[in-house]
Design a protein around this ligand. Structure first.
Ligand SMILES: *[C@@H]1O[C@H](CO)[C@@H](O)[C@H](O)[C@H]1NC(C)=O
Ligand SMILES: *[C@@H]1O[C@H](CO)[C@@H](O)[C@H](O)[C@H]1NC(C)=O
Length: 198
């Protein structure tokens, strides 16, 4: 493997322009992206490249205030999805690998993930968006382990979508077993072995 390049994400995404969707409907937040400092040098690509998200904590709408340094972190998860699509296309053209990786803590941070709908399971709804991205590998975060219902929800509804690529090392979940003894099983996979495209 030659030098891997880590391409940082969820911040400093290129500007996205508002669509004209009727009078009086102004996207203030998007206009403020003019304040974003452009990249200071071109990205270097290697044979293996990684886009890594971590600790997204429900900030799927990015940071929205005008004051510094918020504009630097104003990319939404939709912008990020678009960024990933473009980067994957470039990787294909360059004939190199580009892996999309997340290392957990995807809730506990905003109203989009926490306590919505009232009495609901944290991140149950936002995880649907998360799972739409072509993640190659994910790892559990400590915040996924604080509330049993949250862990059970990702175990049942989120992790299976990644087909063995969601890693949880030594974190187990205890599952009820009607009529039998509860079973302790790994939340995700202990490890994943796979071939990259190249
Ligand atoms: C954004 O980040 C760059 C690079 O770290 C910094 O120079 C700039 O001041 C930041 N911009 C804002 C608005 O905070
Ligand atoms: C975790 O799950 C594995 C596989 O089911 C099991 O062998 C192990 O004993 C469990 N660990 C604990 C601490 O229960």
């Amino acid at each position: 493997m030659k030098a891997a390049t880590v391409l940082y994400s969820l911040s400093a995404l290129s500007a996205v322009y508002a669509c004209g969707d009727g009078p009086g409907h102004i996207h203030h937040r998007r206009a403020r992206r003019e304040n974003i400092t452009p990249p200071s040098r071109p990205l270097e690509w290697g044979d293996i490249n990684i886009i890594h998200t971590t600790d997204t904590h429900g900030w799927l709408l990015g940071h929205q205030k005008a004051s510094s340094p918020e504009p630097n972190y104003s990319g939404t998860f939709g912008d990020f999805s678009s960024f990933v699509t473009h980067m994957k296309a470039i990787a294909l053209k360059k004939d190199v690998d580009l892996l999309l990786v997340d290392s957990g803590d995807i809730h506990d941070g905003t109203g989009l993930t926490d306590g919505y709908p009232p009495g609901g399971v944290d991140a149950h709804d936002s995880n649907v968006f998360f799972a739409k991205l072509p993640y190659d590998l994910l790892a559990i975060g400590n915040h996924e382990l604080y509330v049993y219902e949250d862990t059970l929800d990702i175990y049942k509804n989120f992790i299976p979508k990644f087909k063995g690529r969601y890693l949880s090392s030594n974190a187990n979940i205890t599952l009820p077993c009607p009529g039998g003894k509860p079973r302790s099983v790994p939340v995700g996979n202990r490890y994943a072995k796979f071939k990259t495209r190249k």
